[in-house]
Structure formats: C-alpha cells, structure tokens
Design a protein around this ligand. Sequence first.
Ligand SMILES: C[S@@+](CC[C@H](N)C(=O)[O-])C[C@H]1O[C@@H](n2cnc3c(N)ncnc32)[C@H](O)[C@@H]1O
Length: 283
Amino acid sequence: MAEMIDALALAESMGVLEIGTGTGYNAAVMCAITGTRVVSIEVAPDVAAQARAALIGAGYPVEVVTGDGAQGVPAFAPFDRVIATAAVRDVPYAWVEQTRPGGRVVMPWRNDLVEGGRLLVLDVSADGSAAGRFGGGLSFMPLRQQPLPKFVPWVSDNEEGDYEETTTRVDPREVLDGRNRGAKFAIGLRLPGCTDGRTINEDGTETFRLSHFESGSWAGFTPGNGEHVVKQHGTRRLWDELEAAYSWWLEADRPGPDRFGITVTPQGQTIWLDSPTGMNWSV
Ligand SMILES: C[S@@+](CC[C@H](N)C(=O)[O-])C[C@H]1O[C@@H](n2cnc3c(N)ncnc32)[C@H](O)[C@@H]1O
C-alpha cells in the first residue's frame, strides 16, 4: 500500500477516489496526506458500514459510498487521483473518465496466468485516454466483477481422453514456474483468458496445466528427460500458443514487466511493448 500511495504522488488538497474501502485504513492515510475529504467506495455493505463508523470514530473525513467501484463515483468526479485496492484485468474506463487531465490512476493489475499482479500507474491525457507502465509485483484480491478465470476440469493422465499427444523439447518449467524471470507475465499478456495450474502425479512427477474456459480447451505438459509430453484438447492448441508466445518473448530479448504498458480509451485497453506507438495488441 505504501508503494501504491507513493506512486499516486499525492499533494495537499487533491481530490482522491479509492476503490475498495476495506478497513478504511488506506483512506485515512490519504486523508492525512491531502488534508481533505477522500471518497472511498466499497461493494460489501457490512464492510462499508464498519469502515464508515471507524473513520468517523477516528476523525477522518472520508465519504464512504456503498456500491460497485468499477463504475467509479460520478457524483463526486472529477478526481485528481484514483486508486484501486482490488486487482483488475480490464481497467474500467470510468476510472479514467472521472480523473482530471494530468491526473493519475493507480491499481494492482493482474493477467490470467497465475503470477500475482503488477502495479499499474496510468497518467490521464486531455484526449480522455490514459497510459502507463507496469511496476513491481503485488498481489490483491480481485475486483468482485472480475473474478479469476475458471478452469476446464483436467483429465487424469491415466485416463483415456479426447486429446492429442505430442512431445516438445521446450521445458514447460522455463515458462510456467517462474524459472525464467519475466516470461510468465509477458506470456500471460499474449494469452488472455488462459490460466494455469499444476498437479502432482502418483509417481511424484508434476504435470503443468493450461486452460481456456470459454473454448473448453486445455493442455497438460509433463516434464521428461529432454523430451516433454504434451497433451492438448479442444478447439485451441494451448501448448502450441504458449510455445509461440515463448519464442516471441525470447526473440524480443526477454522483456521484463517494466517494458510493457497499457493504454486505456473508451474503446478498451491496448497492451504495448516499449512505447504506446510500438508493437501493441488489444486484450
Ligand atoms: C484489499 S481490500 C482493500 C483494503 C483497504 N483499502 C484498506 O485500507 O483496508 C479490497 C476491498 O475491495 C472491495 N471490493 C471488491 N470489489 C469491489 C468493487 N467492485 N467495488 C468496491 N469495492 C470492491 C472488497 O470488498 C474489499 O473490501
């Protein structure tokens, strides 16, 4: 939280909106820094009521609103700063729209490969768009309307199943267990909607899993001795996509998270490598 507050670059008298009041502690800290009323929105009515009472009791002028923070709080907009304390994968445009040009939006951003999240700091322009880069790692509960993706049920490795079996020389651990720093975050940016997990087999070996719920596709990879077994099911060949994304990442000189950024407009969000005008794609 301290890193996120630093990234906000708060100054006296700034108008701040917080998404996710929780205990109210962070809102109180921001009140103390700005010396002015902070607006904070919480989706859970009981949590909002408790925070409201605690903040009044402690003497902090926080306007606690009960509702869905993905919509922002238009009645109190525009704000100089917006901070989300729940993780998002799709940046709600309302947060950009309700921030003054020159203002800033800070949030924990996550992709669908399980890696934790990254700090995202967006600066808002006069044209109504916002852009910024990913920062350090952080992990927050997801915004209620953006739950983590569901898994397609795995078939056991011993079970006959409707899958195609091949082998590969790319070790799945290079990508999926964080051994190759930065690979997993970058590949998650290329494979939106794909999530991963791992299971332990009866003989003690591990099988890495990828799943894409909407298409009902899954892939499993069991590391072997130089040759690794790959099983793929469904309309998407997830291992092939993962391997292509990994090759792309290697060829792009192994970019770390700080080389990627996001631009948010009313039409949606675009991920870019190195600069908003460089290589980019929608997620
Ligand atoms: C990590 S906690 C926030 C911590 C808080 N800022 C503090 O100082 O204690 C995340 C909070 O976000 C809330 N939340 C989740 N989705 C939300 C949404 N769509 N709108 C508003 N609050 C949301 C959760 O109910 C939870 O209280």
